[in-house]
Design a protein around this ligand. Structure first.
Ligand code: SAM
Length: 207
């Protein structure tokens, strides 16, 4: 079975920078890729009637969420990946979809204003030291009452390198400075390989 969690071990002194991620994409070492939109995320967005909300998907990889949102009729979807190779794939895949804007850049440098940010195995890919920065940046990118919707790992990992795990208590400590924690609970719609290992999150930007 494909390992649907691993991003790889980090060697001494190695940075999780554009080169690191682009190498993964060039060699197709994308063990995190589940091949379709996470059911928990799909289920949440299926219930949203306003199809013109502005949605951002950072660290999007193959961006299955964007494909799903397109099928559901959403019209304003932005996706970011730091890997040029991943963005080549995305540019081909979405070449006829004006509803999708592709940003080949570092999420932490991105500028914009969104109603929703989707979190699907991006937070776990960034070094734990940058987690506070992620919370701050997502809050900056969200409009008033904007939300992060998605999944976080509810476990730790043995290998040295991404994915980096954690617990609800750790995440609440990081996010509560910028967000109201509307929901952070065990996901009941995780894929079987991640059953019991994920938290579904619904975080609303503090006013
Ligand atoms: C673990 S993968 C997850 C990909 C996708 N979300 C999925 O679940 O299949 C992390 C992705 O984030 C991208 N990435 C890592 N650091 C980034 C950054 N600072 N800004 C934007 N993308 C980044 C990587 O290239 C990679 O595609």
């Amino acid at each position: 079975m494909k390992n649907i969690v691993s991003c790889g071990t980090v060697k001494e002194g190695e940075l999780l920078d554009q080169n690191y991620w682009n190498e993964k994409w060039l060699n197709q070492k994308i063990g995190w890729d589940i091949g379709f939109v996470s059911p928990a995320i799909a289920s949440y967005f299926k219930k949203i009637a306003d199809k013109n909300i502005r949605i951002l998907i950072p660290g999007c990889g193959n961006a299955y969420e964007a494909e799903f949102l397109l099928e559901e009729g959403f019209t304003d979807i932005s996706i970011i990946d730091i890997s040029p190779k991943a963005c080549d794939i995305l540019n081909k895949k979405f070449k006829n979809n004006k509803e999708i804007k592709i940003f080949s850049e570092d999420f932490f440098q991105h500028e914009g204003n969104y109603d929703f940010i989707i979190e699907q195995t991006f937070f776990c890919a960034i070094p734990t030291i940058n987690r506070n920065q992620y919370a701050k940046k997502t809050a900056e990118l969200l409009a008033e009452n904007g939300k992060i919707i998605g999944l976080l790992f509810n476990r730790n990992f043995e290998q040295k390198g991404p994915p980096f795990g954690g617990s609800s208590a750790e995440y609440q400590f990081i996010f509560k400075k910028y967000f109201e924690i509307i929901k952070m609970e065990e996901s009941v719609k995780s894929i079987s390989e991640r059953q019991g290992m994920e938290l579904f999150i619904n975080l609303q930007k503090l006013t």
